[in-house]
Ligand binder design. Structure first.
Ligand code: NG6
Ligand code: CA
Length: 509
């Protein structure tokens, strides 16, 4: 008895390296466009996220948890491959008919899981492209796709829901597609009289503010055009429920063996159209209502784990794919209705930016009975989940894979004294050459010289250029308001050289 207690105590206190017999199931819950300040566990007061708060209270809540990019596709690419997306062309925001951006021969986190004997699934938003260079074959088998990069099961929204088409893909086929009504997807108007967000604007249930004026479905116009596939189309309002239904069913079916589930929520990406039962819940508009819907989804997944007796066998990671944005192309009045709520918390910038708000996001790990609850300031990132997961399962990491992924499993499990990353590169959508580089509490911001003048959203609004390089001391100035480059030229030069070195070397692991 004493012996058993001792072992239990050492497990709880020291959380030593895990032996293979003790491999946890893993669920990665990735929110879409969720900012650092968007949860009550992270200081939001305008509404409550009780299910995620509970997750945080039972696990480790990271204050320096990051996704790698401030847009969706590059973060998802680097999460799956463990390599920075800026290393590979074509990893920026994927268009409706875009090809698969993860090469089928790369070793992904799902491949690593399979090597370790796990069943693997991805459920939710994909937005990593599908098919080869000719794009997805919407009326047949769509491949390569998730299966070719390591997922046994997939149930997906193919791109992101402001892009066409609004259909589910299950294991590479459009669900409920009637062959007599084929699905056509394109980037040009298919006929002169095809109704769009421009020609039929007055009929929309939610108006667009920029872009998003192509084909109309469910009263919302989108990016791109499509026809057909009527029986296969879903309602935006039902996405959250569907992800939960499919995930719970998959967990039930796979409860008997180790599993890895990537739960890729569409909340709170535009068009924000939560289920009717969440609409108006917060009084802050559909953006915040979508956060409450996301919180509900997390609660349902946790309930399923409890019911199946899996909570103590499952490592849950909650993260986001990029920072927050208010108006992302639809008039849902997120900005007008936000009141005192600050979606990026204390941080500067948000989606599309290499300031902290673009990538520093909620990041929570929970493994009941294994992780000692607490708060951690260690730097960890979604890109590290590949190497950390390999370490946790005792799976060898090939030298030429996961080029920028570090084993921070100790930090992820909240092991006292375990370190996170020493350095971390942040990127935006990746095509312009803008980077954030954090080493300790120093943060170097490097903007491509042209971009610095032209496309940095925040500066563009203010109509002023940013310098190509800036240096911030995050300990004293987390909001990146005071550029101290002139006071610390030696620090800046060192960081510039290190950043350039990691970019040129093609890897940082
Ligand atoms: C932008 C879209 C934005 C959103 C984003 C991708 C316009 C004007 N803006 O191009 O609405 O779709 O791409 O978001 O079309 S992400 O979170 O999937 O990266
Ligand atoms: Ca996103």
């Amino acid at each position: 008895m004493f012996h058993r207690l001792l072992i239990l105590a050492s497990v709880l206190v020291l959380a030593p390296a895990i032996n293979a017999a003790d491999k946890p199931n893993v669920i990665v819950i990735m929110a879409d466009d969720l900012g650092y300040g968007d949860l009550s566990a992270y200081g939001a007061t305008a509404f409550k996220t009780p299910h995620i708060d509970r997750l945080a209270a039972e696990g480790v809540r990271f204050t320096s948890g990051y996704c790698t990019a401030s847009t969706c596709t590059p973060t998802r690419y680097s999460f799956l491959t463990g390599s920075y997306a800026f290393r590979r062309k074509g990893t920026g925001i994927a268009p409706p008919n875009g090809r698969l951006v993860v090469p089928p021969d790369s070793v992904t986190i799902a491949d690593l899981a399979k090597t370790a004997g796990y069943r693997t699934a991805v459920i939710g938003k994909w937005h990593l492209g599908l098919g080869d260079e000719s794009g997805p074959n919407w009326n047949g088998e769509i491949k390569p796709g998730p299966r070719e990069i390591g997922f046994d099961y997939s149930f997906l929204l193919p791109t992101t829901n402001d892009r066409v088409p609004q259909v589910y893909l299950e294991n590479g086929r459009v669900l409920n597609l009637d062959p007599r009504d084929p699905l056509w997807v394109g980037d040009r108007k298919p006929a002169e009289d095809h109704p769009t967000g421009i020609t039929h604007r007055s009929t929309l249930k939610m108006d667009w503010s920029h872009g998003h004026n192509g084909t109309i479905h469910n009263g919302i116009s989108r990016i791109g055009f499509y026809t057909g596939g009527q029986a296969a189309r879903f309602r935006d309002e039902d996405l959250g429920d569907k992800w939960v239904e499919k995930s719970v069913a998959w967990l039930e079916a796979n409860r008997g063996q180790p599993f890895f589930l990537f739960f890729a929520s569409h909340d709170l990406h535009v068009p924000r159209m939560p289920h009717e039962r969440f609409q108006g819940k917060t009084g802050l508009g559909f953006r915040a209502d979508s956060i409450v819907q996301f919180d509900w989804c997390v609660g349902e997944l946790m309930k399923a784990l409890d019911r199946l007796g899996l909570a103590e066998k499952t490592l849950v990671v909650l993260c986001s794919d990029n920072g927050p944005v208010m108006d992302d192309g639809y008039k849902d009045f997120a900005l007008e209705q936000r009141g005192e709520h600050r979606a990026a918390g204390p941080y500067r910038g948000g989606k599309y930016s290499v300031y902290e708000g673009g990538t520093r996001t909620p990041f929570i790990t929970r493994w009941k009975g294994r992780i000692r609850p607490g708060v951690s300031d260690e730097v960890v990132s979604t890109i590290d989940l590949a190497a950390s997961f390999a370490a946790l399962t005792g799976t060898p990491l090939p030298a030429d894979a996961a080029l920028d992924s570090f084993d921070v499993s100790g930090a992820l499990l909240g092991t006292p004294g375990a370190k996170g990353r020493e350095h971390f590169i942040q990127q935006d959508n990746g095509q312009a050459g803008n980077y954030g580089f954090r080493v300790g509490n120093w943060k170097l911001v490097r903007h491509d010289s042209k971009t610095a003048r032209n496309t940095v959203v925040e500066q563009q609004l203010a109509n002023t250029p940013v310098p190509q390089f800036q240096l911030f001391d995050l300990a004293k100035d987390p909001g990146e308001t005071k550029d101290v480059l002139a006071q610390h030229p030696d620090v800046a030069e060192k960081l510039k050289a290190r950043l350039a070195g990691y970019i040129e070397a093609g890897r940082s692991r």
